[in-house]
Design a protein around this ligand. Structure first.
Ligand code: GTP
Length: 621
């Protein structure tokens, strides 16, 4: 397809504003998926996505569409992206592969925090943005007010804002026509959006298919037969089956075993031309050799001779939380490594390195973008790789300044040096943005202050709702801040945040002992003034989670050698006298005494085994 008949775009929206439903309508309208094969949110292809009703992976799909009254067909490449903030790295990668975005806003909810966060990313990528109101079929939709908010945000007139009902299909054809009319085709000189024409071979007027090949790896997947499948956006040249290809950064050379597009399943094509989005099967079995963000060129392309320069790739996202994963069975260590490597292919934001723990053996310290990200990875390791894992308490990265002047970054409470060696501790802070109705300002400010943060700025959206900016410790935000915020605002407030800097905090290490044994995975770093409160709530929660044993189990929270909270899980009772009937009470007494002695011995010798799901449940604080 000629590049001027290609449109590459994505849909950006706050969670649940209807991206996947709108994508369904596009697929129907363009006949990409037969009606009988259609199901709701068809682009949420991963079982976990369907189960949880959220998108976690970007998913490209190619559609063919001929606008009414015309005879020429267009190739529309849509990338569906996740709405949850923990997966915004997926969004950022999709943005680099497209020229435009539909900014979709639920007209019953109005502009939300993630709408603004996504919009900022799209503007930084210099995308053309089409503002669209969704769910106009609902009686609660306030179309005019939401249009006003969007118009103000984007500084565009009312008539440029479209309205649709993704559910009923109203306005969807007009939207598709607007995609063709407003979003530009891929650059004919084979360059990225902000790349300047450095090289003579790329001056305008050249057929972009005739340029040297340059394709950006935007995502990847592992296939047991074909090795790594790289998802690509071709900028210049043609990617053909059978061609020898080189990855510029890793120097890996491979033969393109198969190329094709997504509709949305993989569909083989003889080649991918300039501007296209599709995949190439590399046959490479080592996931580390094919990296997201790398540039593919032909194997014989000389660096200078053909003016082949790498495309600008992606910045590795900064992990927000860290947690350690230990296989319950130590023999599974290598399988866990292989599983993590494969998951990383599909999830470039995941980072990990081996770690040893005296109590838990060999495992991995991994970095994640948020707690939902931790949960999704744990769930995938369990389901797709049958891994039984122990998970340590997720933690942010702290900077420890020791008395002898050294600075150490630790991302686990276990690594905290003894208190007498610590001069000060610094922790990451975030700049948070909350959008909420004005009447909730008091309650929200109270919550932010309670979590050690402060409100820095307040603005209004279309003179109605508030846009509240605040600074707060990341440690407080990652755990249950969002849930609490939703609770106090009846679900009306939304949140987005970015890391800003490190600040000193009065922090201490909190340990948990189960039956006298310190459990390394439960250790955490908490504010000194709340240590007792947090310690108490942890042992109370554990009391409900750890199954009862034949003997009683002491649960203790400890700070700096002092026990600050305690709970006891009572012993399970077994009737040892049941077979006696009648007779002397002393016979029963004898049996009870014997049972007591047994329990005491058991308590002294037995270790309490904590089921793996307890570690995951402790995450939900
Ligand atoms: P994430 O992928 O989790 O970010 O969500 P999403 O933006 O893809 O939202 P999704 O398409 O899953 O829609 C969320 C809910 O809104 C679903 O229950 C849809 O049926 C519903 N919905 C989407 N569009 C419309 C619409 O136009 N009208 C009505 N009434 N409901 C809609």
């Amino acid at each position: 397809m000629e590049t001027n008949h290609i449109r590459n775009f994505c849909i950006l929206a706050h969670i649940d504003h209807g991206k996947s439903t709108l994508a369904d309508r596009f697929l129907e309208l363009t006949g990409t998926i037969e009606k009988r094969k259609m199901r709701a949110q068809v682009l949420d292809m991963h079982p976990l996505e369907r189960e949880k009703g959220i998108t976690i992976k970007m998913q490209p799909v190619r559609m063919r569409y001929t606008p009414g009254g015309r005879t020429d067909a267009y190739e529309l490449n849509l990338i569906d992206t996740p709405g949850h903030a923990d997966f915004s790295y997926e969004v950022s990668r999709a943005l680099a592969a497209v020229e435009g975005a539909i900014l979709l806003v639920d007209a019953t909810q109005g502009v939300q925090a993630q709408t603004i966060a996504n919009l900022r990313m799209a503007m930084a990528e210099e995308l053309v943005i089409i503002p669209v109101l969704n769910k106009i079929d609902l009686p609660a939709a306030d179309v005019e007010r939401t249009a006003e908010e969007l118009g103000e945000l984007l500084d565009v007139p009312r008539q440029s804002i479209l309205s649709v009902s993704a559910k009923e299909g109203t306005g969807v054809r007009d939207l598709l026509n607007a995609v063709i009319a407003r979003i530009p085709p891929p650059r004919a000189d084979g360059l990225q959006k902000r790349e300047s024409a450095l090289v003579p071979a790329r001056v305008s007027g050249v057929n972009p298919d005739a340029l040297p090949l340059r394709a950006l790896i935007i995502d990847s997947k592992y296939d047991a037969y074909q090795g790594v499948i790289a998802h690509v956006r071709v900028f210049g040249g043609v990617l053909k089956k059978g061609t020898r290809i080189r990855c510029m950064a890793t120097e890996q050379v491979f033969e393109a075993l198969e190329v094709g597009v997504f509709i949305p399943e993989r569909s083989v094509e003889p080649s991918l031309g300039a501007g296209a989005i599709g995949y190439v099967a590399t046959g490479v079995k080592d996931p580390q050799r094919i990296r997201v963000g790398d540039t593919l060129v032909t194997a014989n392309a000389a660096h200078e001779g053909d003016y082949v320069v790498p495309l600008s790739g992606y910045r590795q996202p900064e992990p927000m939380v860290f947690a350690s994963l230990f296989p319950e069975n130590q023999d599974d260590f290598e399988s866990l490594r292989a599983a993590l490597e494969k998951l990383k292919l599909e999830d470039a934001a995941l980072i990990f390195e081996p770690e040893e723990s005296a109590a838990l053996g060999r495992g991995f310290r991994a970095g994640f973008l948020g707690i939902l990200h931790v949960e999704i990875i744990m769930e995938r390791l369990r389901r797709e790789y049958a891994m039984v894992l122990v998970l340590s308490n997720p933690s942010v990265a702290f900077r420890i300044l020791t008395k002898n002047g050294a600075v150490r970054t630790i991302s686990s409470a276990v690594k905290m040096p003894p208190l007498q060696e610590v001069a000060s501790i610094e922790e990451p802070w975030v700049r948070a943005e909350i959008i909420a109705p004005a009447r909730m300002f008091g309650a929200i400010t109270h919550l932010i202050n309670e979590r050690g943060g402060s409100v820095t700025e307040v603005a209004t959206l279309a003179g109605e709702r508030l846009q509240i900016c605040a600074l707060a410790p990341l440690r407080e935000i990652i755990v249950d801040f969002y849930d609490t915020l939703k609770g106090i605002s009846q679900g009306l407030a939304s949140l987005s945040y970015v890391l800003c800097d490190y600040r000193p905090g009065d922090l201490v290490r909190l340990d948990i002992r189960v039956a006298g044994e310190q459990v390394a995975s439960f250790a955490e770093i908490v504010p000194r003034e709340r240590a007792v409160y947090i310690g108490r709530s942890r042992v109370e929660k554990l009391k409900d989670l750890i199954p009862r044993a034949l003997f009683s189990i002491a649960l203790q929270a400890e700070n700096d050698g002092r026990i600050i909270a305690r709970e006891t899980i009572p012993a399970m009772r077994k009737d040892v006298t049941g077979y006696l009937y009648g007779g002397d009470r002393t016979r029963k007494m004898k049996l009870w005494k014997k049972q007591q002695r047994g329990k005491k011995r058991m308590k002294e010798t037995a270790t309490v085994s904590i089921p793996p799901e307890v570690f995951l449940k402790m995450l939900r604080k």
